[in-house]
Design a binder for this molecule. Sequence first.
Ligand code: C2E
Ligand code: CA
Ligand code: CA
Length: 720
Amino acid sequence: MRNIPAHGRLLIVDDDLMVRMLASESLRHAGFEVSEADCGEQALEMFEEQDFDLLLLDVMMPGIDGYTVCQRLRQHERGKWLPIVMLTGLNDSDSIEQAYLSGATDFITKPINWLLLTQRVRYGLRASHAIAEVTRSQQSLAHAQRLARMGSWEWSLSDARFACSDELRQLFGSDWKLAGAATVELFLSMVRESDRAAVNAARQALMINGQPYQISYGFCRPDGALREVFEQAEAVRDGSGRIVKIEGFTQDISERVEAQQRIEHLALHDGLTGLANRQFFAQLAEVELERARREKSLCAILHLDIDHFKSFNDALGDAVGDQLLCAVAKRLSVSVRGADLLALNPPMRAAEMVSRIDGDAFTVLILEVRVPDQAAMIAERLQQAIARPLSVDGHEVVLTASVGIAVFPRDADSVEALSRHAEQALYVAKAAGPSACRFFDEEMNAAASRKLHLENELRQAIAENALRLYFQPKVDAASGRLAGAEALVRWEHPQHGLLGPGQFIPLAEESGLIVALGEWVLATAARHLRQWTDAGLEPLRLSINLASPSFLQENITEKCCDAVRCAGVSPQQLILELTESLLVVDADNTIARLNELRARGFALSLDDFGTGFSSLSYLKRFPLDELKIDRSFVADVTKGGKDAAIALSIIELGRQFGMHVVAEGVETHAQAGFLLAHGCRLQQGYLFSAPLPPDRFEALLRNGDRFNPCLPVPTRHPTS
Ligand code: C2E
Ligand code: CA
Ligand code: CA
């Protein structure tokens, strides 16, 4: 008697007042809430307005009869599952049958047994509750399955019938042919070919041995869409242990698989060009190297780098730079794929042979090389492919590339060493000029390891104060008076002796050590200034060389200010010498930074002027105090010609823009006289003094020595 409801709202529909009264009486007595209607019309009206849990419905009534009422209620959304108990004539089997046909849940024959009535109503309600419960849980199961993109199915073995939930039908395409008349063959034909054997084997093992399975596979829907699914199934046995059906659920995991694939792709490919990235390339190359080892064949790794790509990027902007790289990537892949290699390798292998390792650097793996020279021929073809004019965003660009090649097994035995060697060969190719191509050789390896060693030593030298500053006087050539000095760095190497900047500055720039070196120079120069002041010497303006990477640091102004503050000297005592290359990169930002430094009191000088790319009109925009004529123009200045013309234009330019002009590398009286005659009084060079170690320079300051003044040498104007 569990769960038999004693409550509920009932509606009694009968035209017989007596029946209504008695029924109401006994049901109310049993605890129900009872309403009454005396005809079908009234019953329908009341149903519209109120909820009932059960109806007692007389068949024979004036107006619409009980059958019609029952049918109408069943069409109603709320009436679908409502328990309707019909009151029929005794043993009238026709009317009982008609009652069921019109949707009745149960019937009670008249005359009514009042004792039994309450029980029948209770059971009617219980059945209705149970149905509602089942419906609810079915609905929530279906909902859950829909959410999980999952559908259930079963396959009965006796009649080979396949049945599945709506969710599965939706998942596999609504007009799925499999439902109903399915065969194993038809199902399998829709499984992705590469998964078919595994799926079949799993199903067979389940049907024959009852071994449950979990499997993921691809499924091609009738509309052509490929779905990735996960499926789990088990066998159902009868009392005798015989497998009678298999049942399972299948879940659409396409999105998860896609996301996974995207992640894997991103992890293995370069986001910009879609080429394999460094790691993936290494993995692929590893496999190919193993194969080459087995087959005793040759292969080669090419390192390829776009010449002066940075200039293109700076001039055209990053967005165009990116497009250029994509275009290069495409040309490389097409050239490699279109290569004769294809005849030997299936496309899948050849397709991943190009990778972008970073910036404008690419690597190419070349398989089945017959002789090393063949790799050079392929390199040349790639270079030609890149050198075809490119049109990007309205810009016509011609790129060239340099290539370094390392051959397996001649040059190295592992992917890592082969790559390293190809890269070393590339460095040599780069130094040899644009569009060069070099094979690796042992000397490169030795040079590279020497370089690496030197780099470590330099790092240590900076940290351990093994660098020195030398000072070269800047002289007013007309009076012979000291007008300042330039600090030039040296390295006191424990084995190699005193090294000039030419022997380690390029390395410092390449390795990034230049920034630390610059900081050391700044701090040391400021300290020397302080010492000279403390020694009571005349205050001096000292020039220091600031490399572009140092200048490009966000906080360079603060660093310069800190250095002078720490040493207790004034920023006015420092002149920062910058290189022309700075002016072509992000001019607005550079100008802002220069102004900042100048506002703090530092003077700014443009070093080696005339050797870079900046146009003269460009120069006007930059807040500079000084121009230094590069010594290459000074060397031949007295001979007239182009060099003299450039030197003279710089002097003129300085005059017009109100900047000091300093001539560097003045070695002869003739040079000094010529420059002086054309208005360039500030000069620097061996004629006056070589760069001096601190003690000798300090002695010079202390003695207040004058240099021999020069006489202006009137010369014919070189251009006249
Ligand atoms: P620079 O800034 O043009 O320095 C002038 C160079 O010319 C110095 O070479 C100097 O010794 C040399 N020189 C001076 N007078 C004469 C002359 O009459 N004839 C000839 N032929 N040469 C002369 P150094 O000291 O070897 O420096 C070379 C370059 O290294 C410098 O060129 C500068 O670009 C760089 N450098 C030197 N010190 C530093 C530094 O502290 N930081 C940075 N970033 N670079 C530095
Ligand atoms: Ca300089
Ligand atoms: Ca210079």
